[in-house]
Design a protein around this ligand. Structure first.
Ligand code: HSE
Length: 372
């Protein structure tokens, strides 16, 4: 069994990964070693057989003994430890949720329902670095990947509605705290049906503007608001999140030399853990809508096509409907006024599952199968 070191398994993405590995019985297939960046030597709190005290995530001699390392610890850890480990000649598999290694030529971005052939080719050619993709990109492809696999997309533009979870667990806490603070500022008036809505609105604006409104994470309110910029500036007017759309989609698809143009605008909204995006696609030909439905339904067993009807869209095509599930919903499918090659779509999926942990869990299974 492959000796598999886990790092960052107590954070949000790491915890989701462990939950998924437990429910898929993955720990029976590996010999797990649990590392910690801060609590080496402490007992392992997980109910998993062969538990050893936590190992030191900075101890290169321990890390060198691993066949596989899975890190959900973040790019800072990867940048510090990975080069030193490879420098020592370590030739194991490095699986990572962080973006640090994603654009490297010797790394593959993993999303196996979409790019299994790229992954298999990489394994055969000796690639050892398998990195989870940007959540927005992965979720877009889990919804719309069928059209890309059939090479039907000339270009696509996505307008995103990204959940707080993409920014981290503290941001999710802050969003709920902000919501609670807003409600608390006007609860008396809310309980009085005769109260003025404009007075309620004024008081909530005052609440947001006050010095005590909780906003240490984004430095901006998200509750009752939205934030039209995600991640840093890359210098050409795009945010880094927007830049990743074209770069990572084409890398996942293995077509960096023949890229599809992708762009858009990324926006943070007050959803908890599911990212949504409205996508305009220019298709290479006027594909009948019924065929589009079939192609999209065949994207993956987790892709769920929702009929473009009001009731179905409101019930099935929302963060509330998909959060906590592996289903990625795609709907609002229709041809646009611009012509038969222009397709409108909306897709939504759980940012922590297919957006982060699940591709990592599945590449571990694929590596185990390859090595056996
Ligand atoms: N960058 C994403 C976001 C999450 O901020 O929502 C990570 O893929």
């Amino acid at each position: 069994m492959l000796k598999t070191g886990l790092i960052g398994w107590r954070g949000m993405v790491g915890s989701v990964l462990i939950e998924r590995m437990l429910s898929e019985n993955n720990f029976r297939l590996i010999h797990p070693y649990f590392f910690s960046t801060s609590q080496a030597g402490s007992p392992n709190p997980l109910d998993i057989s062969d538990r050893q005290p936590l190992m030191d995530a900075f101890d290169l001699s321990c890390l060198r003994g691993m066949d596989v390392i899975i890190s959900c610890q973040g790019s800072g850890y990867t940048k510090q430890v990975y080069p030193e480990l490879r420098g020592l000649g370590w030739a194991g598999y490095w699986i990572d949720a962080a973006s640090a290694l994603r654009s490297n030529n010797d790394a593959i971005i993993v999303l196996d329902p979409i790019n299994r052939s790229v992954i298999d080719g990489g394994l055969e050619s000796g690639i050892k670095n398998f990195i989870g993709g940007n959540c927005t990109v992965s979720l877009m492809l889990m919804g719309l990947g069928g059209l890309f696999k059939e090479d039907l997309v000339e270009w696509a533009s996505s307008m995103t509605y990204q959940a707080a979870s993409g920014a981290g667990s503290n941001n999710m806490r802050e969003l709920i705290t902000q919501m609670g603070r807003l409600e608390g500022s006007v609860s008396d008036l809310l309980n009085d049906p005769k109260s003025s809505i404009l007075e309620i609105d004024r008081l909530t604006r005052e609440c947001v503007a006050s010095d005590t409104f909780p906003m240490t994470e984004w430095n901006q309110p998200l509750a009752g608001n939205l934030l039209p910029w995600i991640d840093s500036e890359v210098g050409n007017g795009q945010s880094r999140e927007e830049y990743k759309n074209q770069a990572e989609t084409n890398k996942i698809l293995g077509r960096c030399n023949n890229p599809i143009a992708l762009d858009g605008l990324c926006v943070r909204v007050g959803a908890m853990r599911s990212h949504s995006q409205a996508v305009t696609l220019k298709l290479r030909q006027d594909v009948p809508l019924d065929d589009v439905h079939v192609i999209l339904a065949n994207t993956s067993v987790w892709t769920r096509v929702v009929q473009n009807k009001k009731d179905a869209s409101l019930a099935e095509l929302t963060p509330a409907a998909v959060s906590g599930t592996l289903q990625v919903a795609v709907g609002r499918l229709r041809k646009m006024n611009m012509g038969g090659q222009y397709l409108s779509a909306f897709t939504v999926g759980d940012q922590l599952l297919w957006g982060a942990a699940e591709p990592l869990r599945r590449i571990l299974e694929i590596i185990i199968e390859f090595e056996s």
